[in-house]
Structure formats: C-alpha cells, structure tokens
Write a protein that binds this ligand. Structure first.
Ligand SMILES: Nc1ncnc2c1ncn2[C@@H]1O[C@H](COP(=O)(O)OP(=O)(O)OP(=O)(O)O)[C@@H](O)[C@H]1O
Ligand SMILES: [Mg+2]
Length: 264
C-alpha cells in the first residue's frame, strides 16, 4: 500500500469556553486523491482545514503529511524551518483571495516575492513565474495588472498559482469556488482537474456545494456538529446516504443540474 499523502487522526479542537468545534475527526488522502468535506455552517469544516495546514493547533490528534507527523497534540512545530517544510507540502486556498492579495502590487510582482523564498536566481524565478501563470491559464498581460483590475475567476487563478509556488502535494480548498458565477466556477474546477492530472496533486475540498463535490471528488466525508457522521465514495454517499443527517443535507440542497434562476 502506498503511504497516504495526508493522514489525520483523532483531531479535536476546543475553543475557549469549552466549545468543541471539532471532535475526533480522522481522514486519509492517498497521493493525488480528492476528498470532499461537507456539512452545514458551523459543523467544523474550516477548523479541520486550518488544523491540517497548521494554522490552528489541535487540542488533540495528529496530522501526518507524507507519512511524517508534523503536528503532535499541542506540540505544533513553531520553528521557521519546520513551518516552511510543512507549507511546502500542503497549501490552503480560500474563498476570497482579494483579502490576501496586496491591492497595490501587480500579480507578477507578488508572485516574484513569494518565489524569492524558494529561488534566489532572478532568471529562474522569471521562468518559474511564467510556468505558474501558464499552468493556471493567466496571460502575461493579466500578470501585469493589480488584483482590483481582475475578475473573481482570475483572482482565484492567481490564488491557485500562489499556492503552487512551493510545489505542494496537497491543496486544501475552503469554499474556493463558492463565490464564483457558475460558468467561471466550471472553468476553475476544470483547471483544478487538469492540475491534478498534470502534477499529481491531491485535494481536500471543503464546500457546501454538493454539485462541486460530485464533480471533483472521489471520496466524501460529511460533518455534523464537529464530528464525521458519514464517509465513503462520493457517488455512493450522494446516491445512497446512510446517515439521517446526510439525507437531510441532500434534501436541503438543489439537485444536480440545478442552475440558479435570477429573479427580476
Ligand atoms: N477562532 C474561533 N474561536 C471560537 N470559536 C470558533 C473559532 N473558529 C470557529 N469557531 C466555532 O467553531 C465552530 C465550527 O466553525 P467552522 O468555521 O469550522 O465551521 P464551518 O463548517 O467551516 O462553517 P461555514 O460553513 O459557515 O464556513 C463554530 O461553532 C464556530 O463558531
Ligand atoms: Mg467554513
């Protein structure tokens, strides 16, 4: 059996006031795998995502990336070298890239700044930036503009390019396509599928959108009040949910093929 690229075991998060946001969550992602995490608002999806990428310290549980334990209970490595090593392997892409992009900086300049952490040579950086922009389908002209002059879909492509800088093995996408128009969303999902083929990168898709989950994930976990209530192959869970909560969740959302109707 191949070593999972991501393996979380018994993750728990208590916020101050004894509020348990995540309770005993385990998941395993094979190299190049794609897993969805669904559940209603407040079920703990983002908290799980943040623990996986090291932005949040688990109260208990472990996260292994490439078979290597990077988080052990409270003992999150705080050293710069350790953080960097983790960041290279797992990256988070979230919903609103606008907030994380410097509005005064061109896309090219921002990418170069990130690349400098990995590549001292200016020409090498330039070549790598061009490759990244090409991988996410952005042209050189767009690279010379600032975030404010770009569309939401373009900004999300920039966010993906930035996440790819460190050649990660896993992208954690937290509602990363939720705010996009349906047609733009489809383009970004296609891009992600291409990158998976090309780079063998694995995905964890946190989303409330079951159409997205059906399109881009192999496996699915369903969260409810901080716990995993159902897991399995995406098709099977969506077609024949076993847990009452999953059934409720499925009944509450529009079916496949549903398109938003604009009301006048
Ligand atoms: N920093 C924090 N401090 C205290 N409580 C928090 C914090 N972050 C999250 N929570 C709480 O933890 C629970 C899970 O939140 P989380 O953001 O993980 O849910 P979610 O499934 O991502 O929801 P959504 O679909 O709305 O994004 C919620 O009750 C939330 O209020
Ligand atoms: Mg969330």
């Amino acid at each position: 059996m191949t070593t999972p690229v991501l393996e979380a075991s018994g993750l728990r998060k208590e916020f101050p006031g004894n509020r348990v946001a995540v309770d005993d969550v385990s998941l395993t992602l094979p190299p190049g795998g794609s897993m969805g995490v669904v559940g209603e608002s407040g079920s703990g999806k983002t908290t799980v995502a943040r623990m996986l990428v090291g932005l949040e310290t688990p109260t208990a549980g472990t996260v292994r990336i490439d078979g290597e334990s990077l988080i052990r209970g409270r003992a999150v490595p705080r050293g710069r070298a350790e953080r960097r090593r983790r960041a290279r392997r797992i990256q988070l892409v979230f919903q609103d890239p606008y907030a994380s992009l410097d509005p005064r900086q061109t896309i090219a300049a921002g990418l170069d700044e990130l690349l400098r952490l990995h590549e001292p040579d200016r020409d090498q950086r330039r070549a790598r930036a061009a490759q990244l922009l090409d991988q996410v389908g952005l042209d050189a002209r767009t690279a010379r503009s600032t975030p404010g002059a770009m569309s939401g879909g373009q900004r999300q492509r920039v966010a993906i390019a930035r996440a790819l800088v460190s050649r990660p093995k896993i992208l954690v996408l937290d509602e990363a396509v939720s705010a996009l128009d349906v047609s733009i969303q489809a383009q970004v999902l296609n891009l992600l599928a291409d990158l998976r083929d090309e780079l063998g990168i694995g995905y964890l898709f946190v989303t409330h959108d079951l159409a997205v989950v059906r399109q881009v994930t192999d496996e699915l976990i369903v969260m409810h009040r901080g716990r995993v209530v159902e897991r399995g192959l995406t098709d099977e869970v969506l077609t024949a949910p076993e847990n009452p909560y999953t059934r409720e969740l499925l009944a509450a959302v529009p079916r496949d093929g549903w398109r938003p109707v604009r009301l006048h």
